[in-house]
Ligand binder design. Structure first.
Ligand code: SDX
Length: 423
């Protein structure tokens, strides 16, 4: 808290409001006492409003900076694996060798799911979207792993976080193979987190998946880049649901539901659908014009961001990874990928996009990389959910460990009928 104050003058009355500053980022006016004056603020979408304080992740949209517990995303993507990053987000520090060994063993120990949960999959149609299946199965974990849980108990929270981190890849991969009518492939603890997921996705009883280190590392970077991102829509959803004391499995299921939206985590799937619709470079101009047309709801998927007003640092890393994967698989001349790079070039030179700082976000390239890895469009957001579970459980744990935590209950501006009587 600084000694600086903001002064609100309303109807001749002066109200002093303290200004709060964190360790990084812009100051905020503390408006908590306004309600005592019978005054409220209006900020749909939280454009100018901080919903909480947090020590986990910092995003500087103007300077394209993303820090997980103070470490730049560029260094984490280069030097760490996803379990290092998950441990860092939850605990606040990177694990030393012993801590990493214990954590890896703990996650391995939880990678299977209760055998009765496999029948929850069977309640879905085979063509159910993997995100629908994940929401259902993760929510059902409340009935299998919540019986002895006290959300105010730090050890209980850690156990449920470890269970979720360990089981999401299994649930995600099985949501896909269930679609195909294939038998579930069980986790192999010697394959590492990223390799294990790819193995469950692509191997089958009669065909062993051949691990390619370049592709596995590319997938690991997708997980690292998507692990957390401050109070985005799905993380804010997890916090709001958790603020009522709901169990962690219900909280994470709600986060998956929010992430599914095309404006949020569904953007990578929507990007590939958009590229398929554009079909070839000769039609790019038509779609750029549609994206600018206020009467057309079409938006260029994979472009723009609520916070980044210059480049998204993650998309810079993902772009390099994208070229590595396309080179490794000799796909650089594939029409779809050439179309994506042509679209990016044209958009970045267009005044409308430049003026509005609409640059490719992380989803523009991650969709292309996942497509090249053979992951189907319908699984892109499922992969995002697996990665973001590391952030979601960390924010949930941080909030539940805060003794000042209050149930989230926003106000509103009522615009409906004034009181009237039934005649
Ligand atoms: C993620 O919050 C996070 O951190 C999210 C995320 C995470 O890690 O959790 O980073 C992941 O969700 C990335 C974003 C993925 N979404 C998409 O790629 C979908 C396409 N992008 C847009 O829907 C949009 O850019 C948003 C939702 C991402 C951001 O929307 P904002 O900040 O609310 O921007 P806005 O609607 O106020 O737009 C500002 C202007 C408008 O034009 P004007 O009214 O000023 O003339 O930019 C235009 C918009 O029409 N605009 C676009 C556009 N995005 C914004 N025009 C065309 N195409 C777009 N993609």
């Amino acid at each position: 808290m600084t000694s600086r104050k903001a002064k609100l003058i309303i109807d001749g009355k002066e109200i002093d409001l303290p200004i709060i500053e964190g360790t990084m980022g812009p100051p905020s006016i503390d408006i908590r006492t306004l309600s005592q004056e019978g005054l409220y603020t209006f900020d749909p979408g939280y454009i100018s409003t901080a919903s909480c304080s947090s020590a986990i992740t910092f995003v500087d949209g103007l300077n394209s900076q993303l820090l997980y517990r103070g470490y730049p995303i560029e260094q984490l993507a280069e030097k760490c694996d996803f379990l290092d990053v998950s441990y860092l987000l939850f605990n606040g520090e990177l694990p030393d060798a012993k801590e990493k060994e214990v954590f890896q063993s703990t996650i391995n120990g939880h990678s299977l799911i209760h055998d009765q949960l496999t029948s929850v999959f069977k309640g879905f149609r085979r063509d159910a979207h993997p995100m629908a299946v994940m929401i259902g199965v993760v929510g059902s974990m409340s009935a299998f792993y919540f019986d002895d849980m006290d959300v105010s108990n730090r050890k209980h929270r850690r156990l449920s976080a470890e269970r979720l981190l360990a089981k999401l890849p299994t649930i995600g991969a099985w949501s896909y193979t269930y679609n195909l009518g294939l038998p579930f492939v069980y986790p192999q603890n010697d394959l590492g987190y990223a390799g294990n997921f790819l193995n469950m996705m692509f191997s089958s009883p009669n065909k062993k998946y051949q691990n390619n280190p370049v592709l596995t590392r590319a997938f690991e970077k997708i997980l690292i880049l998507h692990a957390d991102h401050e109070q985005n829509a799905s993380t804010s959803t997890v916090r709001l649901v958790g603020s009522s004391g709901a169990n962690p499995y219900a909280c994470i299921a709600s986060g998956i539901a929010s992430l599914w939206g095309p404006a949020h985590g569904g953007a990578n799937e929507a990007t590939l659908k958009m590229l398929a619709e554009i079909k070839n470079e000769s039609r790019i101009g038509e779609y750029i014009n549609r994206a600018k047309d206020k009467d057309d709801e079409f938006r260029l998927m994979g472009f723009g961001h609520r916070v980044y007003r210059n480049k998204d640092p993650r998309s810079e890393i993902m772009k390099v990874t994208c070229h590595e994967v396309l080179d490794e698989l000799n796909l650089s001349n594939e029409p779809l990928f050439k179309l994506a790079l042509a679209l990016e070039k044209i958009a970045l030179e267009d005044e409308y996009f430049i003026e509005r700082k609409l640059f490719p976000n992380v989803d523009f390239y991650s969709g292309i990389v996942m497509k090249a890895l053979g992951i189907p469009n319908s699984m892109f957001t499922a992969v995002f959910a697996i990665a973001r579970t590391a952030g979601w459980v960390s924010h949930w744990n941080e909030m539940m460990g805060d003794k000042n935590n209050k149930i989230g209950r926003p106000r509103q501006i009522y615009t409906g009928k004034t009181q009237r009587n039934i005649s």
